[in-house]
Every structure is written in C-alpha cells, then in structure tokens.
Design a protein around this ligand. Structure first.
Ligand code: BES
Ligand code: ZN
Ligand code: ZN
Length: 504
C-alpha cells in the first residue's frame, strides 16, 4: 500500500475517514464534515458522539465533490491509548474490507485530531497499522481463492491529509505502521499455520528468507550440527519426533553506523512447533499447541522489524525449534538428560519441554554472544494463563532497571506485562535428588515462577535477563476467527523497547 501525504485533496478519493476525539471541538469539526458531505450539520452533531469505537458512515451528496462517495466517522473517545486507537482502525477495516476501494483518504486536518505532533504520529501509525491488520485473512489453506481485498492490491493507496508542518511526521509514522503490520501478518500466518506445514525446518527457511530480504544474517543448524554443538536438551525433546530439530541464529546490525559500540541485545524464542506433551501427554486443548512456537515467531518478527527500521543496535535472535511428540524413542519421565551448559537435568515431566530447549538457547546466547541484555519469549506455562488470563504476559526479570523499561513499553503499546517474582524461595522446586536440576516439581502451585527459576539456572549469572511468559497472550480470541488465533504479541512491545534503547 502506497502512503501519501498532502495538505489538501486535489481530487478526493472515493472514501474518506475522519477519526474524531470526544472533546469541545467535536461539534465544530462535525459541522465542517457535514458541509463537505452536503448534509445538515445537526444530523451529525446529534447523531455522532465520538465514543470509543463508535462508527458512522455517510453517503456523500455533495455535487461539487462528485468523486467523494462515502465518509466514515470513527469515534476515538476522550483520551484513548495508542492501543485503543489501533483497535478502532483495525475493527473498522476488518468490518469494511470487502467494500473499501483501493484508494482511501485519512483526514487529520478537518477533524479535531490534528493539533499536536505526538497525536498526529500516534493516529497516523495506528491508522496504517490497523487498516492493514484488519485485512488479515485467516483462511491460508482454503482452496477457493477469494478475490483479494482492494486495499491489498499493488496500486492501493492511503492518502493522509495534515497541516504542512506535519506531513513528514504523518508520512513516517504511517510508513512505520505499515511496515510493522506487514511483519505482524506474516507472523500471524506462521503461528496460525498448522504443525504439519510449520515445521522446525520451515521456520528456518522463513528466517533465511526474511534475513535475505530485510538485511540480517541467518544460520540454521540442522540435527547433525546441533549434535556437534552439543545442544543436548534440544535433542532430547526432539527424540520423540520424526521431524528433525533446527537451531536458528540470527544477527542484525544497521547497514551504516559510526564506530561507537552499539547496545547488544539477545533474544531467545521458544520454537515448539507442536506440543503433544510427549509421554506426559496432554489431555486437554492439545489443538492449540500449534501455537507453541509463538515466542520463536515473535523473535523472528522483531528481527525483521528492527532491520526494516534500521534501528541503531546489535540484535541477536535465537530459536531452538522442535516438535514435542510421542514415540518409543521419546524421553520418559525420570530420564536424566544433558544440556549445552553441561548441567544434567532430570525430566520429571516431558510436557515441561519449553524450559529444556530454552535452557540450551539461553546458555548458547550467553556463551557465544554475551549480550548486554537477554530476553526470552515463550509460551511456557498454563500456570501463567491461570494467573493473568489472556490479557497480560508474565514478566520475570533479574534487573529492576530492565523490568521497568519493559513495563514502560508494555504500557505504551498495550501489550501488557505483569511482573512476577524470581525469589530464591521458589528455587527448591527445581532441586533434583539425582541430577543437577529437574524440570518439574509435581506441585501445581506457582508453576510460572518455578519455570522461570529453572531458566535462570542456565543464564550463567547474566545480570540483565528478562523472561516473558506469553502462554496466554500469543494466541487468543479475535475478530479474525471463531477459534483462537495468533496475536503477534511481543512484536510491538519489544520494537518499542528497542527504539527507546536506541534513542538512549
Ligand atoms: N506449551 C505449554 C504451555 C502452554 C499452556 C502454552 C497453555 C499455551 C497455553 C508448556 O509446554 C506446558 O505444557 N507446560 C506445562 C508445564 C507443567 C508440566 C509443569 C503446563 O503449563 O501445564
Ligand atoms: Zn509442554
Ligand atoms: Zn510447550
């Protein structure tokens, strides 16, 4: 989609969107819009209150503007968050995607949304991001090819009207909104993809393709190389699967940067392409476990966005990927396995597999890159979903300064985080009689915290590590689907965090 900015319309697009805040200038803005549409102002001022998510459509009868056919008023409420604004545009586009033409306009000049640069930026980014995301089509395996939506066509355009002083701001913000949305849709596609298609090898191929297109390095280690590297915990989880594992290492640095050293951030994403539970087999909701690579997909998405935006930092993304399946060769509860770190692990429950592959990913990241900050994202525990539901991810962090920054980004993006403790009091649950550590304690209590304590044993005393348990937030209810579907959680959150970090 082409983004254009202008100070006025030469020729009007057939559809014009007016986002409107609920404030004292609303009546004035509505009167101007009524004049443009050729309708009576009181019809609008009494009929539209700009409540959050209120939507109003007007067929235009202005003979002097025959090109303009339809106007949409979108209510933003009095004081919306950026996530709420995004939601307004996304729902709008989702509901109207079959009728929207390939050329639409967004008027930020005649509305009351215009006065501040920050507001222009927020609304323009949210509009572009939400409008594109609203067009996401979940039916990736349907054989009857649907006619693609007009706004997804090559020649589609979004023209934003702002005051002269804001055209660049609006243009850049909208461009960024589109860039992020494209990556988010790609990540939806991967997470919603079924496990017989989205295998560890497939994720590796996606990473290579994305790296080549957007400019970051990718190495995909296959099973033999994984054996040579000594990623024993990843290999152990893979034992019950016919599909081989992959270990994906991605590295991004901006194309041009001065000699000063860039902050180095390492990400690790859980890439379980399907979690049957292994021999500790799942008895409920197994069908959702195609999304157990949501952390891996988020890491790939963040790498892609960082490269698109050419953020001034050094970013490493690591994805250990395998299926967790059942077979005669699968690991059994009570088996003791080795790990990349050299620590032995008693596998008390084969369904606590995520922490096993992450253990190898985290130690690998620490030993080979020693980044300033390490962050892992994982659909790790049902227990975290019990605690926080689908509205927030769990944050575990051994540096309060890092936690505060992540919480701030969570607030700014609406991808909520809630901090949970990492107290050593919970460490006992990971003590094994026979091995260095065990992956499960048998107690259903505080499972998300115990899982985090397990991971902590593999970061080799790194002092700025955060673990995001995204089990509840990666896959949820949405307008796209009758069942649950991918949310792309983590991409906007960590993009914001990385931008703040890059800005110093
Ligand atoms: N992938 C699951 C966690 C999960 C649950 C993700 C629900 C998304 C929604 C993880 O591998 C798992 O099975 N965890 C177990 C751990 C337990 C055996 C200690 C769990 O949460 O029940
Ligand atoms: Zn599991
Ligand atoms: Zn899992």
């Amino acid at each position: 989609m082409l983004i254009q900015t202008a100070n006025s319309f030469g020729t009007y697009p057939p559809v014009l969107i007016f986002p409107l805040f609920q404030n004292e200038t609303l009546t004035n803005a509505l009167s101007k819009i009524a004049a443009l549409c050729g309708i009576d102002a009181t019809l609008l001022t009494t009929g539209f209150k700009a409540e959050l998510k209120e939507m109003h459509q007007i067929y235009v009868v202005n003979r002097r503007k025959p090109e303009l056919k339809k106007v949409y008023l979108l209510g933003l409420g009095a004081n919306p968050s950026s996530a709420e604004i995004l939601d307004v545009f996304r729902s709008f586009a989702h509901r109207n995607k079959t009728t929207l033409p390939s050329s639409i306009g967004l008027d930020l000049l005649t509305t009351n949304a215009t006065q501040r640069k920050e507001t222009i930026k927020t609304v323009a980014e949210a509009a572009a991001n939400g409008i594109l995301l609203g067009h996401y089509n979940i039916g990736q395996y349907k054989t009857n090819a649907k006619t693609p939506y007009a706004l997804l066509s090559e020649e589609a355009s979004l023209t934003i009207i702002t005051g002269k002083q804001f055209t660049e701001t609006a243009n850049n913000a909208a461009r960024k909104g589109l860039d992020i949305a494209q990556t988010q849709m790609y990540i939806f596609h991967l997470v919603n993809g079924s496990s017989n298609h989205v295998t560890p090898t497939h994720i590796g191929e996606c990473a290579i393709e994305s790296g080549a297109r957007h400019g970051f390095q990718v190495t995909v280690y296959d099973k033999i190389q994984i054996q040579t590297l000594g990623l024993h915990a990843l290999l152990a989880v893979n034992r019950g699967s016919e599909t081989p594992p992959t270990f994906i290492v991605m590295e991004y640095q901006p194309k041009q940067h001065s000699n000063k050293t860039l902050p180095k951030i390492g990400l690790v994403g859980k890439g379980i392409t399907f979690d049957t539970g292994g021999l500790s087999i799942k008895t409920a909701n197994m069908q959702y476990m195609k999304s157990d690579m949501g952390g891996a997909a988020a890491v790939l998405g963040i790498m892609e966005v960082a490269a698109k935006l050419q953020l001034p930092l050094h970013l490493i993304g690591i994805i250990p990927s395998t299926e967790n399946s059942v077979d005669a060769t699968a690991i059994k509860p009570s088996d003791v396995i080795n790990s990349y770190s050299g620590k032995t692990i008693e596998v008390d429950n084969t369904d606590a597999e995520g922490r096993l592959i992450l253990a190898d990913g985290l130690t690998y990241l620490k030993r080979n890159f020693n980044p300033d900050v390490m962050i892992d994202l994982a659909t790790l525990t049902g227990n975290c979903v019990m605690a926080l539901g689908y509205k927030a991810a769990g944050l575990f962090c051994n540096s309060q300064a890092l936690a505060d920054k992540l919480l701030q980004s969570a607030g700014a993006t609406g991808e909520r985080l809630w901090q949970l403790p990492l107290w050593d009091a919970y460490k006992k649950e990971t003590q094994s009689d026979v091995a260095d550590i065990k992956n499960h304690s048998g107690s259903p209590l505080a499972g998300a915290i115990v899982a985090a304590k397990f991971l902590e044993a593999f970061i080799e005393n790194h002092t700025a590590w955060a673990h995001l348990d995204i089990a509840g937030t990666a896959f949820g209810d949405s307008e796209y689907s009758n069942a649950k579907s991918a949310t792309g959680y983590g991409i906007r959150l960590l993009t914001h965090y990385l931008e703040q970090l890059a800005a110093g």
